[in-house]
Design a protein around this ligand. Structure first.
Ligand code: PMP
Ligand code: GLN
Length: 382
């Protein structure tokens, strides 16, 4: 294995899930739901499978899916031409990797907000570029963007910035002000923004998802990425997409077509159907997840953790120190055997492990029964 990929031989999700399976622990580590998406979406996939949609779909994605993605983007007042400004990918993961491969190279720096989703570091490395991280800072009980640190991280070599909101793992949803600072930096330094909006629908209370592309000067320099996995409880389908101006989408397509060529033929019509007809189902998913967040957050607090509020995603983060633990990574590796629950240490998503040493992430995208079992087990920790 070449040196630059050596840090990426395994993922925390694979390792923690394996440990959870081995020990019979309740898995609140890897974020995936334990119930299916809308029944008619599953029917649509079955119909496509038996209806002859089993050969290569068109390179940019099936036309009905590109039309549905464009229609969905209109909810934010964003207009994209389905023929020239949308590309279907193998999940958001491929979209992110293809964007970095197409838009950055050796010598370029990519700004990455940390903690970061683990594939970002690997994808920047595969592109041969260098990541430069900007840490979120705890401000008034929330993990906020440190806009001074963001400005300070820009160098003459900076090419792009990766922005994930709603944010995994902290549950932060960036405010309009935070996004405006990102936009100002991008415009001032002529950067491309790559946004990861896979949790776009999963925002709670009065939090609002604001696509960075809606800010002045940003549509033409933002590669907006999302996927069906989190919106429709189908994380294994890996149907994602990119929306951007033709020049940027064309670049990402150049990389994508030689990574996978095309993606998930029979699943594309089902996702098109869901984007067009199942947003009421998604609204129920969203309110249900807000209740699950409350349920797990209360249980974690009762167990003795200090719990940060989560405004979106599948995740809630806790401080393990009130329970007398100094290191959340150590605790995460012990937790499955000790009490039968798996969680993920946040430290592994950062380049500054000391600063994030005490933070542990739990997923609440599970049935109430599973959450309650985890809560009962965790109450034995104190
Ligand atoms: N980005 C973030 C922030 C995620 O949490 C995930 C989900 N695991 C992904 C990207 C990957 O999305 P997909 O499964 O569509 O590739
Ligand atoms: N996105 C999910 C998480 O953050 C799982 C991703 C994965 O298994 N690679 O937990």
């Amino acid at each position: 294995l070449i040196p630059r990929l050596r840090p990426f031989t395994s993922t925390i999700f694979a390792e923690m899930t394996a440990l959870a399976v081995r020990t019979g622990a309740v898995n609140l580590g890897q974020g995936f739901p334990d119930t299916d998406g809308p029944a008619k979406m599953l029917d649509a996939a079955r119909d496509a499978l038996y209806g002859g949609a089993n050969q290569y779909p068109p390179g940019p994605g099936r036309p009905e899916l590109r039309a549905a993605i464009a229609g969905h983007r209109e909810r934010y007042g964003l207009h994209y031409d389905p023929d020239t400004e949308i590309l279907v990918t193998t999940g958001a993961t491929e979209a992110i990797a293809a964007s970095l491969l197409a838009l950055t190279e050796a010598g370029d720096e990519v700004l990455v907000i940390e903690p970061y989703y683990d594939s970002y570091a690997a994808a920047v490395a595969m592109a041969g570029a260098t990541r430069r991280t900007v840490s979120l800072r705890e401000t008034d009980g929330r993990f906020a963007l440190d806009t001074d640190a963001l400005r300070a991280a820009v160098t003459p070599r900076t090419r792009a910035i990766l922005v994930n909101s709603p944010h995994n793992p902290t549950g932060t949803v960036f405010t309009r002000d935070e996004l405006a600072s990102v936009a100002a930096v991008c415009v001032e330094h002529d950067l491309v923004a790559i946004t990861d909006e896979v949790y776009e629908h999963l925002v709670f209370d009065d939090a609002e998802h604001i696509p960075l592309a809606t800010l002045p000067g940003m549509r033409e320099r933002t590669v907006s990425i999302s996927s069906a996995g989190k919106t429709f409880n189908c994380t294994g389908w890996k149907i994602g997409w990119v929306c951007a101006v033709p020049e940027l989408v064309g670049a990402v397509k150049a990389a994508k077509q030689f990574l996978t060529f095309v993606s998930g033929g029979p699943l594309q019509p089902a996702v098109a159907y869901a984007l067009e007809s199942e947003l009421d189902w998604v609204e129920r998913l969203r309110t249900g997840l807000a209740a699950k967040r409350d349920r797990l957050s209360a249980g974690l607090a009762d167990a003795g953790f200090a719990v940060w509020p989560s405004a979106g995603t599948y995740f809630v983060c806790v401080d393990v120190r009130p329970l007398g633990f100094a290191d959340a990574t150590e605790l995460a590796w012990q937790l499955p055997e000790r009490v039968g629950v798996a969680a993920v240490p946040v430290q592994v998503f950062t380049d500054h492990p000391k600063e994030w040493k005490h933070v542990l992430r739990f997923a609440f995208c599970k049935t109430d029964q599973v959450l309650d079992e985890a809560i009962t087990r965790l109450s034995g920790l104190a």
